[in-house]
Design a protein around this ligand. Sequence first.
Ligand SMILES: Nc1ncnc2c1ncn2[C@@H]1O[C@H](COP(=O)(O)OP(=O)(O)OP(=O)(O)O)[C@@H](O)[C@H]1O
Ligand SMILES: [Mg+2]
Length: 371
Amino acid sequence: MSYLSLKNINKIYPGAVQAVFDFNLEAEEGDFIVLVGPSGCGKSTVLRMIAGLEEISSGDMFLQDKRINDLSPADREVAMVFQDYALYGNMTVYQNIGFSLTIRGEDADRIHEKVLDVSKTVELRDYLNRYPKALSGGQRQRVAMGRSLAKQAKILLMDEPLSNLDAKLRQQTRMELAVLHHEWHSTTVYVTHDQIEAMTLADKIVVINEGRIQQIGSPNEIYNFPENIFTAAFVGMPPINLIKGQVEGETFTGFNNNKEPLFSCKVPREIVRHAGNYRQGGIVMGIRPESIRLLSGEGQKSDDQCLLNAPVETLELLGAEYNAGLNLGGFILTCRIPARQVIRHGQNLEVIFTVQSAHFFDEESGLRIRG
Ligand SMILES: Nc1ncnc2c1ncn2[C@@H]1O[C@H](COP(=O)(O)OP(=O)(O)OP(=O)(O)O)[C@@H](O)[C@H]1O
Ligand SMILES: [Mg+2]
């Protein structure tokens, strides 16, 4: 069995609110697992069940082969970093970091050594005598991290630990966290609704929606091979373009909301095999904004490319690139275009993508269509 194992976990809150459905997760020692999903999808509930702060309604949870369902939080040997850090305001940084060791009754020399060691890691050596109220948000976050590291728990649990930081500090702390994990290899379960945090920190991402796992995979798998429409739409910014359509023979035709055809292109071979199911529609093409590029020079296209020409309806300049929304017969197709040249509202753009970079889903089930 894995280091941490969740088997068929359900959570029903009082009042018959089911927050988590049949949740299965295996984490190996040293893994950095990220639970990601929209607000209210059940991320904190899962984390709190691992911590022992929330009762498990049914299912089994194992840590190093030991069933921990009924163990108290203290007996589970987990450490948790909360969104608001929950530091002890009447204790210095030193005392906060050493807190778990103090209550465990470890001797003063050992605590001193450990606090110095950890405070070096989280770069708080010069702040050990400060109280939390005299620290910045980022420093408080590091105290909370230090306190958890000092505890040397079997699992580090973090619930949106960066969400109180401004954008710049957030990015910096995110990078520090990655370095920290690289050094300490603590088995970590990390909750966020920020897809960039998920992509950059995780060994394994667990995408959750409405209490149900949508997909578990490496960042690469989640981004490049989304198993369903939810995952495809949740990961990627700006979001993937989803175009409903039909397949006739080898040709996909995309429609706008009025069922008027927008464009046609050839589909990859693995989709042709399923064409019979989608003659009348019911297929969705997903194409990421970054997979679409501006056509330069002559409009040459090969068989597996799709060429589109449409006016710019929405335009955002993000510095190095534009997010341009092309009006394709009423469907707004978002493209990410390098800002090497000036683009204007209303301008006609010729763009191109290869069909191999498109994803195809069954509209009814939402599932990826495989070869
Ligand atoms: N104590 C409770 N009693 C009843 N329902 C609860 C309780 N705590 C959470 N819920 C419900 O369970 C669902 C999942 O909540 P949870 O806090 O796990 O979501 P989350 O994914 O962490 O969301 P967020 O990103 O907003 O923190 C929500 O619908 C929430 O309203
Ligand atoms: Mg939460």
